[in-house]
Design a protein around this ligand. Structure first.
Ligand code: ATP
Ligand code: MG
Length: 431
């Protein structure tokens, strides 16, 4: 016997029960994004590899070790399954001249991302993000609005225990000065650095501050702080973001070691973190990336955005008692005999034409077993068609959840009788 095939490790099937939760969640998310004036954009899942190398940075975790990159066997192009969406979104806006021709853009996308990581709870090789990007906006109001939006979504979902951490990465020049000081400081402790630390000392020393290695905590605690290298403009920008946050009553903590894993950030960076999901506690991360558009070949444009990890968010939602509304059909149609089967088709279509959802029983079986299926479907009403009904061109209609017995109505009168049963005297098919 041949071996059963399995999904790729770290890439999950989302089965109907969960997929319904996802869809319910997606509806909430669409309304939320729309309420802030964000518009959808959809990019390809595969992009040229150089896009990510240029946008994310050669010496980042993602580009060094997490990308699914391959050569197109047909033409030798270097391609990558996108590990994140910002690079693609910026590429698309440059390619189609969006910001240049239509002014600043508020955009969002939603979809799978791919990173070759060690799979564990809240960390997968295919995972999903909602990405939100504000392109062409320079001010601290945009940074604050992005953070506020997140807070509103958490509130809409009833999430608890989500804390905001912010930091400022300043300008590239300020970072360069801090970097020099940081390297000088770390060189004094070089013998105590771990392998990652030694490797990053000259390539990406800022990332050493982000280490989770407990042995390095004392060293990174005492390291030169980027905050001490910020110039007046960067400081004013960061202050202004904080004023908006205070006005909105959003608590936050300044985390000087929040540096983010991608190279393109400057000025404000932020993360939303929960303690309820163990080590994978960051559900949302983002910040300003004013240099990226130019770096990818566009006309220089300020920009900021964030990405939410959907799997982690849904895990937390569940922890906090989030209950999605499950869709149920209005009717389940059972039938017995050839003539009844044909009438059942017409009855189910008549219901759908009037806006009702109906499952037509397929696969035969006794009335008893069909009624069991009807019950299990969650439908409030069964439409029952036996040989008698079929001969008369009529159907039985029977409440499954409330009081009342089976009545018989003509096929033509079925939608109205259905409306009567479901909504009483309200209008037919009304919600
Ligand atoms: P982490 O430090 O957890 O690896 P990151 O900094 O690499 O996160 P980002 O690139 O900022 O993550 O992505 C934004 C969000 O996407 C994260 O905060 C997280 O919620 C989610 N995310 C990132 N990588 C994964 C993954 N492999 N599986 C599931 N969710 C992920
Ligand atoms: Mg990561």
């Amino acid at each position: 016997m041949s071996q059963t095939l399995q999904a790729v490790r770290g890439m999950n099937d989302i089965l109907p029960e969960d997929a319904e939760t996802w869809e319910y969640f997606e509806d909430i998310v669409r309304d939320w994004l729309q309420s802030y004036g964000y518009r959808p954009i959809r990019m390809p899942i595969v992009e040229p590899t150089p896009l990510f190398k240029r946008a994310i940075g050669e010496v980042t975790d993602i580009v060094e070790k997490e990308m699914y990159s391959f050569e197109d066997a047909l033409n030798g192009e270097h391609l990558t399954l996108r590990p994140e969406g910002t690079a693609s979104c910026v590429r698309a806006t440059i390619q189609h001249n969006l910001v240049a021709s239509a002014g600043p853009q508020r955009l969002y996308y939603y979809g799978p991302m791919f990173r070759h990581e060690r799979p564990q709870k809240g960390r997968y090789r295919q995972f999903h993000q909602i990405g939100v990007e504000a392109l062409g906006f320079a001010g601290p109001d945009t940074d604050a609005e992005l953070i506020l939006m997140c807070a509103r979504l958490w509130e809409d979902l009833g999430l608890e225990d989500v804390a905001l951490e912010i930091n400022s990465l300043g300008s590239p020049e300020e970072r360069a000065q801090h970097r020099a000081a940081l390297i000088a400081y770390l060189e004094q402790h070089q013998d105590k650095l771990d392998e990652d630390g030694k490797r990053r000392l000259y390539t990406n020393p800022l990332r050493i501050l982000d280490t989770k290695n407990p042995d390095l905590q004392a060293i990174v605690e005492a390291a030169p702080k980027l905050a001490d290298y910020l110039g007046e403009e960067s400081k004013a920008h960061f202050e202004a973001v904080q004023v908006f946050l205070k006005d909105a009553g959003i608590p936050y903590r300044i985390n000087h070691r929040l540096v983010r894993g991608l190279d393109y950030y400057n000025r404000t960076v932020f993360e939303w973190v929960t303690t309820r999901l163990g080590a994978q506690g960051t559900i949302c991360a983002g910040g300003r990336y004013d240099g990226l558009v130019e770096q990818l070949g566009g006309k220089s444009q300020p920009a900021a955005g964030f990405a939410i990890g959907i799997e982690r968010l849904l895990l937390l939602w569940k922890e906090c008692g989030g209950e999605p509304e499950r869709p149920v059909v209005d009717a389940y149609v059972v039938h017995m005999g050839d003539a009844a089967a044909r009438l059942a088709f017409r009855a189910a279509e008549a219901l759908r034409e009037h806006g009702f959802a109906a499952i037509l029983h397929c696969g035969g079986g006794s009335f008893k077993s069909q009624m069991k299926k009807a019950d299990g479907s969650g439908a409030p009403v069964a439409v029952v068609i036996g040989e008698d009904e079929a001969l008369a061109g009529e159907v039985g209609i029977k409440p499954l959840r409330g009081p009342g017995g089976q009545q018989r109505v003509s096929l033509e009168a079925l939608p109205e009788a259905m409306a009567e049963l479901l909504y009483g005297n309200e209008e037919e098919g009304a919600e």
